[in-house]
Design a protein around this ligand. Structure first.
Ligand SMILES: O=c1ccn([C@@H]2O[C@H](COP(=O)(O)O)[C@@H](O)[C@H]2O)c(=O)[nH]1
Length: 288
């Protein structure tokens, strides 16, 4: 069974919410940090509380490496401890590292994030340098069941700058990227009908949602943009297939939920936000 199969089953069991552990030190509630600990150590304590509170309603967790790299070695230690803590729960974990480089360098990134200290179930990749920048990850995908999510149509406003450009055949650039990746992903199909080569499809532009879902029936989607970036359950539901086939990330919306729930402890507030998000997406899927 591939990690994508496990992710599919996790979504079937607990829903599509992907809890984003993009933990900035400034997100820790007042009085939470212990002065005798480093910033990274305090972030790990915060993350552990979030993971404990939300794992029963999380399809997966996503750890955004930039938040940890920005703290240097202390942060990388916190990154590893956070990954290890999530892995011990058995809930799938995506390392959001967005790598993209020449094949030889990509081989090293693959080793760095699919084995050893920073091993994750899934990683994110940027495809701009071409398919040879993705291929070095495929031995881990095809032989060890690992998974990748590759950027196709991103959630940021700048998605319009390159991804929406039109080709001579009428396709958008993001269609061409998605088509090539979807074809590449046929080499690693799982038991549940989804490839281990998944696609990142932002949940903030919905005009093409139905077309994108129909075009890539066997691609699992990582869908960022819910909450803080304005994506709604109604928008996101269109990227799922009967409530599965994708995971929906929310980072700031979950980590900072306590700021919108006065008097509620931060981990409980994160849990409440996950439950609300899960129900809102389910209701929106049911209405489709
Ligand atoms: O198109 C993309 C690809 C990745 N991301 C990542 O998702 C989260 C979003 O965080 P929020 O706080 O929920 O906005 C973050 O890690 C991004 O790096 C994305 O937003 N859009």
């Amino acid at each position: 069974m591939t990690n994508m199969d496990k992710l599919y089953e996790a979504v079937a069991a607990r829903g599509p919410v992907c809890v984003g552990l993009d933990t900035d030190f400034s997100y820790l509630p007042e009085g939470f940090a212990k002065a005798e600990l480093t910033a990274g150590e305090n972030i790990v304590r915060f993350n552990q509380a979030i993971v404990d509170a939300t794992k029963s309603v999380a399809g997966c967790f996503k750890v955004q490496i930039a938040y940890y790299e920005s703290l240097g070695l202390d942060g990388l230690n916190a990154y590893k401890k956070t990954l290890d803590y999530v892995k011990a729960t058995g809930v799938p974990v995506i390392a959001d590292i967005k790598r993209g480089d020449i094949a030889k360098t990509a081989e090293m990134y693959a080793k760095a994030h699919f084995e050893g200290d920073f091993e994750a179930d899934f990683i994110t990749l940027a495809p701009y340098m071409g398919l040879d920048s993705i291929k070095p990850y495929m031995p881990f995908v095809e032989e060890k069941g690992k998974g990748v999510f590759v950027l196709v149509r991103t959630s940021n406003p700048g998605a319009k700058d390159f991804e929406y450009e039109k080709l001579a055949d009428g396709r958008h650039v993001y269609d061409m990227v998605g088509d090539k990746l979807n074809a590449m992903g046929k080499s690693c199909m799982g038991e549940h009908g989804y490839s281990s080569l998944g696609l990142v499809i932002g949940g903030t532009h919905i005009e093409e949602a139905a077309e994108i879902r129909a075009r890539y029936k066997d691609s699992f989607f990582l869908i960022p943009g819910y909450g803080a970036q304005g994506g709604t359950a109604e928008d996101i539901a269109q990227y799922l297939s009967a409530g599965n086939g994708g995971v929906v990330n929310s980072s700031r919306g979950i980590l900072l939920a306590y700021k919108k729930q006065p008097g509620v402890e931060f981990a409980q507030a994160a849990y409440n936000e996950c439950v609300n998000m899960k129900e809102a997406i389910k209701n929106a899927c049911d209405r489709l």
